[in-house]
Design a protein. Structure first.
Lengths: 364, 364, 364, 364
């Protein structure tokens, strides 16, 4: 398979079109604008629709409509736009409508800046909209994964009839790397539940209204069952040199690239350091944490945010192991040296085998 | 002090006006409509402004404006409207603007229904908007507290220059109880940072834009310091018969009223059951959990949602004690018998003194 | 050519598609809803786009965008929606962008009702938006003309680079008549001025901003020259038995059908009555009025509005002949008897040959 | 009475407050921004409300609401904003709600520029919204008249229960002149038809919906009767040296100031030139035209637009006298010399006493 060099934001759209996506409604915002730009360029060539809506509120409701009609549909934005979509996302989850939303995170809150951050974690992973719902969240860390996880996102969205968020950042969005598109072009057929304006689909109803309490509760239990199934079946994470790791560095997206470099260098120093990279943020890869907790002594969560994934890591471990935390924000990314220094300091404080010099001392 | 009989939604507004609030911008939605209605009635009598905006997006931006001008200002809505406000709330937190938002939660996600639920917990407690910010969240459980916590909300909003959410539900909003307004009417003066259109305030700037990464990070660290200060100083919870409790029932809002009845009855059976009622949902009353964990054997979180506060309870305990979970949703509220049955079943499974009959057996 | 039986509102869309129109953005409103419905059904089959926007304000701005990209594009609405489009229409006229807008007029002002009226005449003919501009306005009076004038509208819109309004009413919109589509399907190519996102069109600029007064005035004179050219070349009207008419009944749209019946009956009585039916409301068919003024003694304007076309008729005649006025409004349409009675009364007051009995008297 | 030096845009607001106006909802746009600015400054001092809305669409609907509640209320904007208000204005006229709208006209169509123009004439005078309605339109030509006609506008709005437009331009809006406020401060009481949220006003209904055709027609005839009454009673114009004028220059607003200078100079040359300045554009001062037509030989309409008032002048004269036309646009204003030259050329072509040199020739 021939690889093409391209930006992450472009890879999303090319992959989406191969996945059968034929509609993109959105509103430009740095650093997500290239996704919309690529959609404007390529969607019409594939016989699809690109439309820059009046606002993100308008976009997400167009997506609601297109999804109701059985079209594979997506949008992209960054934090402020994702905030404006929260009502619509909640409605889509409530009405069990699939769609893919690429959040190319910028610095925040408020206007913030266009630096790479991960401050939207709570918003997309816990559900910034109202009511009892979840969105599945995938976190690519390379241009190749921008393509691969977009394809997966459409699959999961349809399988679970639920919005799926691709949570990336400006680094991944704008860096250029070679990409291979493994998938063959999908001709998406409208699912049986879609409303097509035809005689056969006249009985189909897309709605999130349940006036009767028991019916509403049954619906919510149905959604919960779906989410639990996803928690069982869909967690994805990458482990890197974790087999014997005493210190497990945890990070997603751009951060994971730094952590691997740190782990490599730490191992050269004799420190048993591994990397756990969550690929699904929801469902969160708890099993990986719980398995690694048996051997590892400490986990270090590194985030470009104020301790958001940190909570999920702690929930996954439930006190089984300590979780340390290192964070940079505002567009600043921790340097490889900064993390390494943190890891070394941590190792020095550990009473155990994690510190090679001490171990040696013990052996002597 | 003479008490007046009134609805919870009305108590919010009367208390707000006593607290010096002079502007209300909102859009009606069941079960929050009476808050707007009371504001329409009483705000003009106090020389204040009531305005029904075009949408919740418009409302929250009017609130941004009024707050910038140093006015004590509030809104109310329910889930869907709160979703539409997420962008504005994030901007206000970023620009350090105080305001009070009453979320009278309805069933969700999507349209849902008008039943009492607590499904907006993640949205308001974790921050449904974008970026690294928090809103302080207060959870009244009586009409009196609707008044008292509204007054507190305005105080905290100003002290922390941050939006504060009053998270209630239709039960508390629409039930009538006697209320005493302890506070004397406050004449709110615009703070020194406000933009008043005067010569002296010309230098004041309300903004959430920090293009420089280091400045943005410094701003975020400043916000974090504020939130940590709130976590130290502002946690509030009510404990009820927890001194010797082996089973601690945890619930907020309307749920806590049921839990107290359950605990009373369980104690009549000889079960050592107490109630922990978080009043602040953020900052979450961790110290209460941690202190009670020393004596209690198990915690039971009861929610009208799908395990949202449950996460905070688990984070607070960090594995120190097991946390059981009981939930009803969709407008259904667990009956006192349902919870009691759950507690009894739990007590039977416990190996210890929590089960009176077993203890007796042991004594024999 | 085989004729098909269909509604006027459907004929618009079928004709539009044959005319190469490939995009419809709109918002439903009675009695224009069937136009949108037909667009939703047929536009995708032709590889085009149908989108129901958030509002008419959103629609017209989408049309601005599509037109800028060289697409033949249209919308439809009724009075309230047309009002919301006035800003966008003015911008399109200023930026010289073609589009077709079908106004299926309802009763007004305000909400009014869904009855057939012609009260939007001033709005669409004089220009309800701001600044010095005009829209060309065509007034079909049969289902066949709904098709034919739609085709003409697209032609004129392109020729004059200006919005063209098709002004009809609920009668014409919803009645069914046989229609023949004379035109062959047009493959519309984007014009040279369009902005296509390509290298070659990068220099193209679509704008209505002219900060410099002289440049603005030159632009306005350029627009005026266009409008004057249209006034010379594009006026269209139907005359019916006007050769010897002493009383000329003037009416457009559904009214003209009544007037023809009236004229036939009046002639059976010996009254020399003809009908002048403006087909273009702007440019207004002044030459027809001026030519007929040489022989006719009086003109009678019959409108479903409060004397709006009446002004144009008077301006066309400039005092050369008296203009009488008959109007019904609110959804009421003057009956054939009502108009005939008016004509007979008028004839009795005339000193001249228009009254056959008097003429006879003179002959005796 | 002491005069104060101020801008025209400021005079509007000071006069409005004296007239009892207590609410201003708007959105800034050059050259109307100072009106909003003055409202922001002074309205709160008078216990009133100033609110910058999300858009002009939002503003006009707030005005609908405030007016329904019996408050004297106003807004200001320029062309693009006035376009966005057309739906709301039509609704207010339909529901018979008073309000005052200051249109400080800029160049157009589209974005245009901020130069002084009169291109919104058709829009505000003929009714740019939908359906059979009119707005009364007043055209100040000095800062003093900005004040006086604002007071009159509120009076007329209430008397006719209809929106009244103050149509000015950036010159009048931004020039400074001394102003005397003749009026005493009015304490406006809500009229009997207002909806106040009280028991007594519960039966009041503000609406523009008339589903029944006959009721709608009766309502429209009621509106027409109102407009005809205004046409009889409310026309206002200034005449200047028209008693013996053979050439009558017609212009409103800033143009009239130029015309007076032209007339003075032309008279110094011996040309009998006078000025007719319409103060009410609707109702149009037909009686003045008709009376002057008895003595004058020709009328010259001078506009900053493409022949809009020209039509009303021709309608008023109905062919009785020729109407010449001179226009500048785009922010350009005809110089005094330019008009004088036009007048001299016209006089030379006239066969009569209007040309002094010819008269002399005759005398010789």
């Amino acid at each position: 398979m021939r690889k093409q060099l391209m930006k992450g934001n472009e890879a999303i759209i090319k992959s989406a079109i191969l996945a059968g996506c034929r509609a993109f409604y959105g509103y430009p915002i740095t650093p997500a604008t290239e996704v919309a730009e690529a959609a404007a360029r390529y969607m019409p060539l594939a016989g699809g629709v690109f439309l820059q809506a009046e606002s993100e509120v308008a976009s997400i409701n167009m997506i609601y409509g297109a999804s109701s009609a059985g079209v594979r549909v997506m949008t992209s934005s960054s934090g402020p736009g994702i905030s404006l979509m929260q009502e619509g996302i909640s409605y889509m989850a409530g009405a069990e409508l699939p769609c893919v939303i690429a959040d190319i995170v910028r610095g925040g809150p408020g206007l913030g800046n266009i630096g790479a951050e991960q401050g939207d974690y709570h918003q997309v992973v816990k559900g910034g909209g109202h009511g009892n719902y979840r969105t599945l969240v995938l976190a690519p860390y390379s241009v190749q994964e921008m393509a691969d996880l977009t394809a997966l996102a459409f699959e999961l969205a349809d399988r679970y009839r639920n919005p799926v968020v691709l949570m990336a950042d400006g680094f991944i969005g704008q860096m250029m790397e070679p990409v291979a598109f493994a998938q063959t072009a999908i001709q998406h057929e409208p699912p049986a539940w879609a409303v097509l304006g035809t005689e056969e689909t006249r009985g189909n109803l897309i709605n999130s209204l349940f006036l009767n309490f028991d019916e509403m509760e049954a619906h919510l239990n149905h959604l919960e069952a779906k989410y639990h199934r996803a928690e069982e079946l869909e967690t994805r994470a990458e482990e890197w040199q974790t087999e014997d790791a005493e210190i497990v560095l945890v990070g997603y997206g751009i951060v994971a690239r730094i952590l691997k470099a740190v782990a490599a260098e730490a191992r050269a120093d004799g420190l048993k350091v591994g990397v756990l990279r969550p690929i699904t943020l929801y469902p969160f890869p708890k099993p990986h944490f719980q398995r690694l907790a048996k051997s590892a002594k400490v986990f270090v969560v590194v985030e470009l945010s104020n301790g958001q994934m940190l909570e999920d890591a702690r929930l996954a471990l439930n006190g089984a192991r300590p979780v340390e935390f290192l964070s940079r924000m505002g567009g600043n990314v921790p340097s490889h040296q900064e993390v390494l220094k943190f890891v070394r300091a941590l190792a020095r404080k550990m009473p155990s085998a994690a510190r090679p010099e001490e171990r040696q001392a013990v052996h002597v």
